[in-house]
Design a protein around this ligand. Structure first.
Ligand SMILES: *Cc1c(COP(=O)(O)O)cnc(C)c1O
Length: 414
């Protein structure tokens, strides 16, 4: 094995000197597990169960309906949105929490296309995250004057034209981990008169994002990945302040009304971003998300993003050194500036290899058809975990234990 590999003492030193080290203890993590799938479902903050118990027992149980006002429930979407705004370089009034990422995509895509009535194309990346494509397709089926054009990644910028109403891209690709230049693509879309809609699901809490510096228009993102909001956590949406008065949600529910408790017959959108709310906020879930977001805001974000990049680089180096003979191909960009906080390798038997790894307590995930994916959230992954995970991958590949019958079965969720 190569001498470039950091030795055990180096790994120990990296963890000992890690300024984020105390954050790991703020999460409940099962023993015997190395969790490298926080990019798919973030870990449980230790403070979450207590907060949920408080919302259920005191705020709901005792406060009952009074808690909409007294416990700050009604302003929770805006309050938590303002906290998420700090993670993505947005103004406090430019982010709110609502619905799922999929539903928020629908709302913003429809609003954006309505704001560009002379244009009929939603441009996006072929091979992007499925829900982004499916939601765009669903909108076009519903509004048949619209069409979806999905082009290969390299062709996106050149495909922008006078017919493009909105360019929809996922900033960090869910499978490859490749990151777009957010500011450059935003400028390119705007130069053609299109609106830019970013899906920040794999970026928020993972890499530095500065929407304000990029002059961004619109964005959505996920609450249950790096924000540790829990399974199915509410998502967020961003609308730049300059667009807020003009854009309208197609899901004109009462919570987006200017005066929901006047109970009038006619919809009138709220003045600010509240117009993009639809129905009543799911308070138990919003409360859990708020715990995750607050925990991340306690950390020095520069250290968070730098540590994730260091963990990614360490994993790539170690896996390539150990496992070079076993047919793995690095899919993720080598350059830290061009990627998110997860790393993917291709392997012809990726599914069985991942099942064998999970059986050893190293949890990453499989993405069809041939990707082994590993996420490196900085708040709870240690350098030692990275080294141990690479060693486990080596053992699985060298022993060919993945050939075992038990590792061939595919579950509903991979
Ligand atoms: C995880 C993820 C989503 C999630 O969408 P849901 O509506 O929460 O299921 C959307 N887009 C991208 C790019 C994602 O990675």
């Amino acid at each position: 094995m190569s001498g470039t590999r950091p030795d055990t003492a180096d790994i120990r030193r990296l963890d000992a000197e890690d300024p984020l080290r105390p954050f790991r203890d703020r999460f409940q993590l099962p023993s015997g597990v190395i969790y490298l799938d926080g990019n798919s479902l973030g870990a449980l903050p230790r403070a979450t169960p207590g907060r949920i118990a408080q919302v259920v027992g005191a705020e709901w149980g005792e406060g009952l309906i009074r808690s909409w006002n007294a416990a700050g429930w009604i302003e929770a979407p805006a309050r938590v949105g303002a906290k998420i705004a700090r993670l993505i370089g947005a103004g406090a009034h430019e982010v709110t929490v609502a619905d799922s990422t999929s539903v928020n995509l629908f709302k913003l895509l429809a609003a954006a296309m309505a704001a560009r009535p002379d244009r009929d194309v939603i441009l996006t990346e072929a091979g992007g995250f499925p829900t982004d494509l499916y939601i765009a397709q669903g909108l076009a089926a519903f509004a048949p004057h619209l069409q979806v054009r999905a082009v290969p990644r390299e062709a996106v910028a050149a495909a922008l034209g006078a017919d493009t109403g909105v360019l929809l891209l996922t900033h960090v690709h869910y499978k490859t981990g490749a990151a777009y230049d957010l500011a450059a693509l935003t400028r390119a879309a705007q130069a053609q008169g299109a609106l830019m809609l970013w899906d920040l699901s794999h970026s928020t809490g993972a890499v530095a994002v500065d929407l304000e510096a990029a002059g961004a228009d619109l964005a959505v993102g996920c609450g249950y990945k790096y924000l540790n909001g829990g399974p199915g956590a509410p998502a967020f949406l961003y609308v730049a302040e300059r667009h807020q008065a003009r854009l309208r949600s197609p899901l004109s529910g009462w919570m987006g009304h200017a005066a929901p408790f006047e109970f009038g017959d006619d919809y009138r959108p709220a003045g600010g971003l509240a117009r993009f709310l639809c129905g009543t906020p799911p308070m138990l879930s919003v409360a859990a998300l708020e715990v995750g977001v607050e925990l991340m805001l306690e950390a020095d974000l520069t250290a968070v993003f730098a540590k994730s990049q260091g963990l990614c680089s360490l994993f790539i180096e170690r896996v390539e050194t150990l496992c070079g003979a076993f047919g793995l191909g690095l899919v993720t960009p080598r350059d830290p500036a061009g990627r998110g906080a997860h790393v993917s390798f291709s392997h012809p038997q990726a599914h069985a290899v991942m099942q064998a790894l999970i059986a050893r307590g190293v949890i990453g995930d499989f993405r069809a058809p041939d990707i082994l994916r590993f996420g490196f959230p900085a708040l709870y992954v240690r350098h030692q975990d990275v080294a141990d995970a690479a060693d486990a991958l080596y053992e699985v590949l060298a022993s060919e234990v993945w050939r075992d019958e038990a590792f061939q079965l595919r579950a509903a969720v991979t």
